[in-house]
Design a protein around this ligand. Structure first.
Ligand code: ADP
Ligand code: MG
Length: 320
């Protein structure tokens, strides 16, 4: 089979460029091909920048996920960070490192996945780098824009705030567990909640917001660290009201796993978790405004610690 060592660097860059050829944006003044890209946000906007890498053997395995899904995931996890800041995407760069033995088909499918995600969310590729490495890694840096001073941060939670999440929980951890048990590959890449984040950033009196990459409990703890004058706060959760992914309970039982643990500590759901002042709209109204299912899951309290779960499964994700 043909692999990367059959191509030179510029042929690979040309392939990448071709996959994105039809993607244009008025805010990209200069894209792939020069020493650097030129991005022009609108007047009165802050530039939002985030980076996240997917590394073979650490964040994904070829055996459990199709290359096109890996490509989509690589961009979507970055777009999820833009969403959590309330930003709209402008563009992204890609630092790609790969082994010479990587089949060109896998490379092509991965790039196709990136291009599909980029088109879907209006975030063109504006530059990057290629280098040789022992495993494939996709390091994406995504750029976005938000009205100056209006970005959603992790700070600003107050006692009495109500806590909400978008979408459902536990689906990503379940899919991973199923794949690892040899019961089918991971089929879905996370969906960045860009419209929801932007709608939240437009709302007055919006509290803090974070995207759920490490699991509900771990990420909620980050929100609770950012109370008034850096005080640590707590939360009372309603475990029975958590929005479980479809079929979570039954399928978890079949795998001998605990559904609540998957939903609260599984990670990689990439939903938004946010707090709003007590006088805010209901979850039903928010669902309409944010154009995604919103569920109220608890409240912020002044006493540190998270209560209301049958057991605090604190697995989270450990990098080292
Ligand atoms: P330089 O030597 O100035 O860093 P390169 O020769 O590495 O430039 O890259 C040439 C052009 O191709 C640059 O515009 C760069 O951004 C783009 N490019 C290189 N690798 C990638 C990639 N993986 N994805 C997108 N664009 C890339
Ligand atoms: Mg140069």
């Amino acid at each position: 089979v043909r692999c990367l060592s059959d191509y030179d660097e510029f042929a690979l860059i040309a392939r990448i460029e071709r996959a994105f050829r039809d993607q244009r944006s008025p805010q990209i003044v200069l894209g792939i091909g020069d020493d650097a890209a030129l991005v022009r946000p609108r007047r009165g906007e802050d530039l939002v920048v985030t980076t996240d890498a997917l590394v073979e053997g650490v964040h994904f395995r070829w055996e459990t996920q199709a290359p096109v899904t890996i490509g989509r995931r690589a961009l979507n996890v970055n777009l999820s960070d833009l969403a959590a800041m309330g930003a709209r995407p402008l563009g992204f760069t890609l630092a790609l490192a790969a082994p010479p033995s990587l089949p060109i088909r896998r490379f092509g499918e991965t790039v196709r996945g990136l291009a599909l995600a980029a088109r879907r969310y209006g975030c063109p590729l504006v530059g990057g780098n290629v280098s040789r490495a022992r495993e494939l890694s996709l390091s994406v840096t995504a750029f976005g824009a938000v009205k100056a001073g209006r970005a959603l941060t992790r700070r600003g939670a107050r006692p009495g705030d109500r806590l909400f999440v978008t979408g459902t929980l536990g689906g990503a951890a379940l899919a991973l567990a199923r794949a690892e048990a040899g019961r089918g590959r991971i089929r879905r890449a996370p969906e960045p909640r860009l419209r929801a984040g932007q709608a939240l950033a437009r709302m007055r009196k919006c509290g803090p917001c974070i995207d759920l990459s490490d699991g509900l409990v771990a990420d909620l703890e980050h929100l609770l660290e950012g109370g008034p004058s850096g005080r640590r706060l707590g939360a009372e959760l309603n475990a029975r009201g958590l929005p479980y992914a479809t079929g979570l309970r039954a399928q978890a039982a079949r795998l001998g796993l605990d559904a609540e643990a998957l939903a609260t500590a599984g990670g990689e759901d990439y939903e938004l978790l946010f707090a709003l002042r007590a006088s805010c709209a209901s979850a039903k109204v928010l669902t309409r405004r944010l154009q995604v299912a919103v569920t109220e899951i608890g409240t912020v309290v002044s006493r540190p610690g998270i209560s209301g779960l049958s057991r605090i499964a604190r697995a989270g994700w450990r990098h080292f």
